[in-house]
Ligand binder design. Structure first.
Ligand code: FES
Length: 167
């Protein structure tokens, strides 16, 4: 994950700004590409965009906080979304959520693991109610979930991640 705000990273942001012609009407697309790099919108980068595009910081932060798809908090490498919509809820999605939190050792309101490997979110409906309870991991939908299946999926990701570090 890109954490430091080095010159090189600003260069990447400059490339994005140039690609979109510094046009305020392209702000959403610019944010989307920046978020692809960092997995969230770092405050320093938003301030930089504000200056470079000559748009008031209040407007920049207003847009960034208005859309749910943008995050101003750092996210983990893997994004897990547990559906808590009606269909999933009646099929015990709360058990899926509590098990996921337990496996990831997330306490209280914490959403991201200390090692930045996982972020856990809840969503209201993923549009796959027939497969309830449903979770999505990195845009892949998994249906008919059980606590055991969640455990297996997370273990698989951890294993791949360990192997990546070893190689
Ligand atoms: S309620 Fe969970 S997918 Fe629709």
């Amino acid at each position: 994950m890109v954490n430091d705000i080095s010159c090189r990273n600003f260069e990447k942001v400059n490339e994005i700004l140039e690609k979109y012609d510094y046009k305020p009407s392209n702000l959403i697309s610019i944010f989307q590409e920046v978020q692809e790099i960092y997995r969230y919108l770092p405050e320093e980068i938003l301030v930089y965009i504000s200056t470079a595009m000559r748009i008031a910081p209040s407007r920049i932060f207003g847009v960034a906080t208005f859309y749910e798809s943008f995050s101003l908090e750092p996210k983990g490498k893997n994004l897990i979304k547990v559906c808590d919509g009606t269909a999933c809820h009646v099929r015990n999605s709360d058990k899926i959520l509590s098990t996921t939190k337990e496996i990831l050792n997330l306490k209280g309101d914490a959403k991201t693991t200390d090692d930045m490997l996982f972020t856990l979110e809840t969503v209201s409906c993923l549009g796959a109610c027939g497969l309830a309870p449903v979770i999505v991991i990195n845009d892949k939908v998994y249906g008919n979930m059980t606590p055991e299946k969640v455990r297996q999926l997370i273990n698989d990701i951890k294993e791949v991640s360990c192997n990546d570090q070893d190689s």
